[in-house]
Design a binder for this molecule. Structure first.
Ligand code: SF4
Length: 232
């Protein structure tokens, strides 16, 4: 199972301070810079993936190398697709070994912002690697549990992990009984080739989400809910 561990990253203090809304000359900024220094010393973002082939498709299911996924939107997005790339990308479990001041929620929030930067470096590196090594042009991805709960239920993390072997040993990522992942700044899913730029945010009705990357698309939502019939 290919695991990418030599992932370049940059922890830019100015950008992180802007993300967490801290003035660069404030006392809190000094603490954030200290945290960035600590992260710099231990960080090892990682990504694990597997080149896989679709065996069967049904009206609402897709079977990939023995694992069956139930999601109308996933099934629709994989129309005409034969080869997919299940993956896990993570900020790296090393970040969870750094002791923070117990009960300091602000510090935890800042630490999470640093971890999020590392995760985004891992995702970017993985997608670039897949495009180069596997001759993919445009790709999109879907993740179990991302967006509205019915789009692709989070419980299907179990099937996804079954395609990736010993994820804990290879990438330091653990799947909990409630299908969350540790470290928290970890993403799993399926990358697939497409000419359509699909984002789960298009079928997510959550309002005021600071991470939204695409507007809600009512027509696409109808397609997911009712197979294309307008909402009654
Ligand atoms: S809008 Fe927010 S919660 Fe919904 S899929 Fe996008 S990032 Fe996730």
């Amino acid at each position: 199972m290919p695991t990418l561990t030599e992932i370049p990253f940059e922890l830019d203090a100015a950008s992180i301070l802007e993300t967490v809304h801290i003035a660069p000359d404030s006392p809190d900024a000094a603490t954030v810079r200290e945290l960035i220094d600590k992260a710099q010393q231990v960080a090892c973002p990682k990504a694990l993936f597997q080149e896989s082939f679709i065996q069967a498709k049904d009206a609402e299911t897709v079977t990939i190398e023995g694992a069956t996924f139930t999601s109308r939107m996933l099934r629709k997005n994989l129309d005409g697709v034969e080869r997919v790339f299940p993956f896990v990308a993570t900020c790296g479990h090393e970040l969870d070994t750094v002791p923070l001041t117990p009960g300091d929620f602000l510090m935890e929030f800042w630490w999470d912002a640093i971890k999020a930067v590392l995760l985004s470096c891992a995702i970017k590196h993985l997608k670039g690697y897949l495009k180069k090594r596997h001759a993919l042009e445009q790709t999109s991805s879907m993740s179990p549990g991302s967006g509205d709960v019915t789009v692709w239920p989070i419980e299907q993390q179990r099937e996804l992990f079954s395609l990736l072997g010993d994820v804990k040993a290879q990438a330091g990522v653990e799947l909990t009984d409630s299908c969350l992942m540790k470290p928290n700044k970890t993403v799993s899913g399926i990358v697939y080739p497409t000419e359509v730029d699909f984002r789960t945010c298009q079928v997510c009705r959550r309002e005021h989400c600071p991470s939204r990357s695409a507007a809600f698309d009512a027509a696409l939502w109808d397609l997911h809910q009712h197979g294309g019939e307008p909402t009654p």
